[in-house]
Design a protein around this ligand. Structure first.
Ligand SMILES: Nc1ncnc2c1ncn2[C@@H]1O[C@H](COP(=O)(O)OP(=O)(O)O)[C@@H](O)[C@H]1O
Ligand SMILES: [Mg+2]
Length: 151
C-alpha cells in the first residue's frame, strides 16, 4: 500500500527553500506548509503546533542566516520538520534558548520580530526538538509534532 511500507517512509515529503534577509517574503514557506497540513485534515492543535514551530524557524533563517531549507515529512504518526541553514550559527545554544535573549537588530525589531521567544516557543510546542549549530557554518533544527487525535 502506498505510504505504508514497513520501513516507515513518510507518506508526504517536500523541501522548501528560504532566502535570508528577505523580509518581504518572510513567512511564505510556513504558510505553504500550514496549507499542506490543513489539506491533510490533521487535528487543529497538531497543525497549530507545527505552524508555530515552522514559522519561528523560518523567521530565524530570514533574520540570521544566508539561506536555508525546510523539509516537511508527514507519516501516520507524526510530522517531522527539518530545518537546515547556511549562516552565522549559534555560539551558545543554551543562552539562545532563553526567553527574551535575542541578537536581533533594530531593523528586525522595527518589523515586529526579534523578541527572543522563537526557540523557546519551538521547544514548547514541538513534542520533540533537537538543535545543533556550528559557528560560521549554520544551524540545524529537527522538530517533531506527534499526530494524536484530540491533541
Ligand atoms: N538559525 C539561526 N542562525 C543563527 N542564529 C540564530 C538562529 N536562530 C536563532 N539564532 C540566535 O538565537 C537567538 C534567539 O532566537 P529566537 O529565540 O528565535 O529569538 P529572536 O529570533 O526573536 O531573536 C537569536 O537572536 C539569534 O542570536
Ligand atoms: Mg526567532
Amino acid at each position: 500500500m502506498p505510504g505504508k511500507s514497513a520501513d516507515k517512509k513518510p507518506s508526504f515529503s517536500d523541501t522548501f527553500s528560504v532566502v535570508g534577509g528577505n523580509f518581504d517574503d518572510a513567512g511564505r514557506v510556513s504558510s505553504r506548509i500550514k496549507g499542506i497540513l490543513k489539506k491533510m485534515c490533521l487535528p487543529f492543535e497538531v497543525i497549530r503546533k507545527a505552524a508555530i514551530c515552522t514559522f519561528e524557524a523560518e523567521m530565524n533563517i530570514v533574520c540570521y542566516a544566508q539561506r536555508g531549507d525546510i523539509t516537511l515529512s508527514v507519516d501516520e504518526d507524526r510530522i517531522v520538520i527539518e530545518v537546515v541553514d547556511q549562516g552565522e550559527g549559534i555560539p551558545d545554544i543554551d543562552l539562545a534558548m532563553q526567553a527574551g535573549y535575542s541578537t536581533s537588530t533594530a531593523k528586525i525589531r522595527e518589523m515586529g520580530f526579534g523578541a527572543g521567544m522563537g526557540l523557546m516557543n519551538i521547544d514548547r510546542y514541538a513534542d520533540d526538538f533537537d538543535i545543533t549549530s556550528e559557528v560560521g557554518k549554520g544551524t540545524k533544527l529537527v522538530m517533531i509534532v506527534n499526530i494524536t487525535e484530540g491533541s
